[in-house]
Ligand binder design. Sequence first.
Ligand code: ADP
Ligand code: MG
Length: 255
Amino acid sequence: MSLVIEELAVSVDGNQILESVSLEVGSGEVHALMGPNGSGKSTLSNALMGRPGYRITSGTVSIDGTDLLALNTAERAAAGLFLAMQHPTEVPGVLLVDVLSASLAGGEGLDEAVRAELEAINLDESFLERPLNLDLSGGEKKRNETLQLALLKPKYAILDEIDSGLDVDGLRLVSRRIEQATNDDGLGVLAITHFTRLLTELKADKVHILAKGRIAETGGAELADELEETGYARWVGEPEADEPVAADPFADPFA
Ligand code: ADP
Ligand code: MG
């Protein structure tokens, strides 16, 4: 069982952002996807989920053998694909509790499950009665995405910078909860991140580097460590003056 991406090419507004991306995420596996700003990581996420405006110009994607690209977004979700968005959309007028009960229609013991998941990521119950993502802090939005992931129990989850905006405690709880889903439910994860911190609890089986529209290199967890040391120069040439390599906000300033 796996999510298989083969030679995927994606254009946005007539610009070819991805040239040929191939990777395979098996059930229960964690793959980290790293790459410089603007390399197309979010473009890949959006294209996989079927977001309008992201045009797949060639390639194939299958989810447990089913042609993902033949499905609309709702059907992709029903087939088991979940996207935790880099910038979760604010939806005024739609309460989180309504989103959850609609997506988990008829679920037995829902209240109990929701309470347990809120506790696991330390999110207050009052968030259930707030409009989806509206005026939430960055970290609250990421906890909210994790809550939905935990309750929906997808087969594969794309996490687009789930670590951005989370405080240290939130990061630990969120990454631990997702790691647990890979073990308990066989969740396969494609985790887009800039920092190895996420991967201390959520153990990556493989690390991929996206550069110049393709997977430039694949390795183990040590590749992420190397990257934090050296930046992306090896894969993209010299960093551009207007696009410095992101500094690690968790780095020890006295190291
Ligand atoms: P990453 O997530 O790796 O930082 P993105 O996928 O967000 O990169 O962006 C890749 C490139 O595609 C960037 O140059 C970005 O400006 C462009 N791009 C992405 N989405 C759009 C869009 N909706 N309209 C125009 N350009 C876009
Ligand atoms: Mg992005």
